[in-house]
Ligand binder design. Structure first.
Ligand SMILES: Nc1nc2c(ncn2[C@@H]2O[C@H](COP(=O)(O)OP(=O)(O)OP(=O)(O)O)[C@@H](O)[C@H]2O)c(=O)[nH]1
Ligand SMILES: [Mg+2]
Length: 328
């Protein structure tokens, strides 16, 4: 790789990262995103700076306007003088691919504004759910001193559960005309939301969507029941209210969870994800390798003929094998 930082330049890069300098932020972010060999040194050096940022998750169905609303929210934050890091996971529309979002941010700030930094990444290859790379990038942005880190993910079941673990404030977005959006939402998203947004409120049906959400919320098992805020990311309606509500909840979360605990949640996520990957790889390999194959065959047969549930088979397999050194 050209210009790949060496150990020798790392202190210099880290010093520049601490100033929020764009190139250094980009380099360090890339190192953490790829879990490069420099990662341990970087994370150790960043320790004293980590855990300060407010991490805000925006999740919802494809095309609901997440990127556009994030853009409006970020603009509001910049007007308050706050610095921002944006992580867009698996953007499916061109707008979130960076170009248009970048342009819009540039319209309200300037090209020289180091106050907003964005990274898009694909979630691929990790059993669905949030990419561990996204969580490592949070550390890079946190280390760069960003006040707020926004994580945009498409709500896909596992994603939202992951976001719930990682984010300090969970914004769940819906929009009128998304068909069975509310139905799908009832499952997991309504449970994890700290704020519910009905975006595209400039369109017909927004009030009805908001009412459906409000009534679905009455089934929620956890308190407090979140606010439903109607926004239009296009004309800015509701963005001030949303920004204030995120800040209010963020303050409560930060007061409730100490810095160390917020960081621990990220570490727990990374370990859990790594563990899942190791277990999945071990079970897949187990069917082809000697030694572990026999009892796996028995478990496979039992699951196939219905005498054992898959989760019970998984527990048995783990008990038998996970005390051994897992494969790399
Ligand atoms: N009318 C209206 N259109 C909007 C609003 N917000 C976003 N849109 C439009 O909706 C489309 C999708 O917006 P995005 O911001 O890319 O949506 P997204 O949820 O980020 O999409 P993915 O990242 O692909 O899942 C774009 O054409 C936007 O211009 C809004 O408040 N009102
Ligand atoms: Mg998007």
């Amino acid at each position: 790789m050209p210009n790949r930082p060496t150990q020798a330049t790392l202190p210099d890069l880290l010093a520049r990262l601490a100033q929020g300098e764009r190139l250094a932020t980009s380099r360090i972010t890339t190192e953490l995103e790829r879990a490069s060999p420099l990662m341990p040194a970087i994370v150790q050096a960043l320790q004293p700076r980590l855990g300060r940022a407010l991490v805000v998750g925006f999740t919802g169905p494809p095309g609901g306007g997440k990127s556009t609303l994030v853009n409006a929210y970020v603009t509001a934050l910049r007007q308050q003088g706050k610095t921002v890091g944006i992580i867009a996971v698996d953007p499916s529309s061109p707008i979130s691919g960076g170009a248009i979002l970048g342009d819009r941010i540039r319209m309200t700030t300037t090209l020289a504004d180091d106050g907003v930094f964005m990274r898009s990444l694909a979630s691929g290859g990790h059993l669905g759910g949030l990419s561990p790379a996204a969580v490592r990038i949070i550390d890079a942005f946190d280390g760069a001193g960003k006040d707020v880190i926004v994580l945009e993910t498409v709500g896909t079941g596992q994603n939202e559960i992951d976001v719930a673990e990682i984010a300090d404030v969970r914004v769940v977005l819906s929009a009128p005309g998304l068909g069975d959006g509310i139905q799908a939402m009832k499952s997991g998203l309504l449970e994890i939301a700290d704020v519910l947004v009905v975006n595209k409120s400039d369109r017909p049906g927004a009030e009805q969507t908001a009412q459906e959400l409000a009534s679905a919320l009455t089934l929620r098992t956890t308190e407090p029941i979140p606010k439903v805020i109607k926004t239009s990311a296009l004309d800015g309606t509701g963005v001030t209210e949303l920004t204030a509500e995120i800040e209010r909840i963020g303050k409560l979360t930060h007061a409730r969870l100490p810095q160390s605990e917020r960081r621990r949640r990220r570490a727990r996520f990374l370990i859990a994800r790594a563990a899942a990957d190791i277990v999945a790889a071990t079970i897949r390999d187990g069917s082809t390798k000697d030694g572990s194959s026999q009892d796996l065959q028995v478990l496979l047969d039992q699951v196939l003929n219905g005498t054992l549930a898959p989760d019970a088979a998984a527990r048995t397999y783990l008990l038998n094998h996970m005390t051994k050194q897992p494969p790399d």
